[in-house]
Design a protein around this ligand. Structure first.
Ligand SMILES: Nc1ncnc2c1ncn2[C@@H]1O[C@H](COP(=O)(O)OP(=O)(O)OP(=O)(O)O)[C@@H](O)[C@H]1O
Length: 234
């Protein structure tokens, strides 16, 4: 059976100033899969991820051409079209970064933060969603009795799962992860890999990874980046 396509990228070109980073990239990503983006340093993997949630747009002198369509709420949307606000896009296409970046506030408030920004006011519903997100991120059992503690007291691996919970709380459809385990030890890395394998049942996941063993363990598909774009897919 052909898998359903979630993301279609066509004729993508990207440059910082006059330096082309991605050239004529056309790719499709299937729903409920994990795709690993690998390749040499500076090849454009992070840049590619940023074209999927428009995160590059505030970088001066950066320029993109081409189209990115993502199936959101069951219909393909051009994510650069004027009728899709970037705030709406990022609720559905969430991102987690290399170094865990908890906000300087409690565990509870970290997860409540995106809900607050999106206008959620009902305390009961906020609490429910916090619990659900922390459970999805396999963190609930470890923090349920210390939700009011500063999130920065958590271990590195727990902080990264907190950031994943924060990314999940608005129930996104796509999760972008930029080397999410590179600052973590082996045990925390294993916990996050297991978590991603579980999450792909409900999300489409793209992960930048430099570790071939990690890619072998979790990826359904691999995209190898070389100079000026993609060199191979498999
Ligand atoms: N804001 C920027 N302005 C100018 N050049 C940039 C900017 N951000 C990245 N670059 C350059 O674009 C190229 C691609 O960077 P990018 O971070 O996308 O690569 P990457 O494959 O993710 O690398 P790494 O594996 O080291 O994280 C690099 O040469 C980088 O120096």
């Amino acid at each position: 059976m052909t898998p359903d396509i979630k993301i279609r990228v066509a004729d993508l070109n990207f440059a910082y100033r006059d330096r082309t980073i991605l050239r004529d990239v056309s790719l499709e990503f299937a729903e409920n899969t994990i795709t690993a983006l690998t390749g040499s340093s500076g090849a454009g993997k992070s840049t590619f991820l940023m074209t999927l949630n428009r995160l590059w747009e505030n970088i001066s002198d950066a320029k993109m051409q081409g189209t990115v369509e993502i199936k959101l709420q069951d219909r393909f949307r051009d994510i650069y079209a004027a009728d899709l606000a970037v705030t709406e896009l990022r609720k559905m296409v969430a991102m987690v970064f290399q170094v865990p970046n908890p906000l300087p506030m409690s565990i509870r408030k970290n997860i409540a933060f995106p809900l607050k920004l999106s206008g959620e006011r009902n305390r009961e519903s906020v609490d429910q969603k916090i619990e659900q997100a922390l459970k999805m991120a396999n963190l609930w059992d470890e923090v349920k009795d210390r939700l009011n503690e500063d999130a920065r007291n958590l271990s590195g691996g727990q902080q990264q799962r907190l950031c994943i919970a924060r990314a999940l709380v608005l129930e996104p459809e796509v999760l972008l992860l930029d080397e999410p385990t590179s600052s973590l030890d082996q045990a925390s890395t294993a916990v996050i890999e297991e978590l991603l394998l579980k999450l792909k049942d409900r999300l489409t996941i793209l992960i930048v990874s430099h570790h071939p063993e990690q890619v072998d363990r979790i990826a359904d598909k691999i995209i190898q980046f070389g100079d000026s774009g993609i060199v191979s897919t498999g």
